[in-house]
Design a binder for this molecule. Sequence first.
Ligand SMILES: [Zn+2]
Length: 247
Amino acid sequence: MVFLSLHKVRAVVIKTMEYKENDKLVWLYTSELGKITAIAKGSRKSKSKFLSITLPLCYGEYILFKGKNLYNLQEGKIISSFQGLLDNLDKLTYSSYICELIDICIEEGEVNQELFRSFITCMYLLNTDALDYELLIRAFELKILSATGYGLNLDYCASCRKRITVSNYISLSSYGGLCESCEKVHGIYISKPAYNSIKFLMKTPMDKIYKLNVNEEVKRDIRKVITHIISSNYSKKPKSLEMLNYI
Ligand SMILES: [Zn+2]
């Protein structure tokens, strides 16, 4: 007798790839199993029941069984297709980017329900109109950095450990602010409002990020710090945001 181990998960399709003649490989970021790879057999046939639930950005409930190497998709039900994100180039770029971050920064099978919740909230908020998308993305980047061991320490000097309330310098080798007396090396000067904003973005849940209101200069400082940490710590550099430089 063969026992199949079935899993029911909530997940977002973060990446897909055509496989063999009719199949598709689907990378799912799940609440219960972390990031996993599944095969959706026959999903490229025009009448496949998997057609809509294996589209990138789709958020659904999936039933899978674990094969020898891959999970095998059995059934799925859409919770939100997030297709509204496809109508707006900014929204599409940002949502593709957070999926790419999950793909690059998170190891397969690494479960983190809090990060999953932030991810889903971020997708829902991108799907609305009343927000500063850029700050939302920065907040998510900071959450993924913390979740993977690159979180910034902004309450103590990263060099001498003295308690600090604010700083104008972030050390990129020790991931934190430096006090006035410590030597400023291997880091970036930023404005004090930018320092405080990073602190706010790190500590605030995604659905409260809208309370922060900052100017372009502050945003540039925040972007500089985070982009540097992301591009120097993971094996691949995210590409999705480069698109925004051309529009
Ligand atoms: Zn110090």
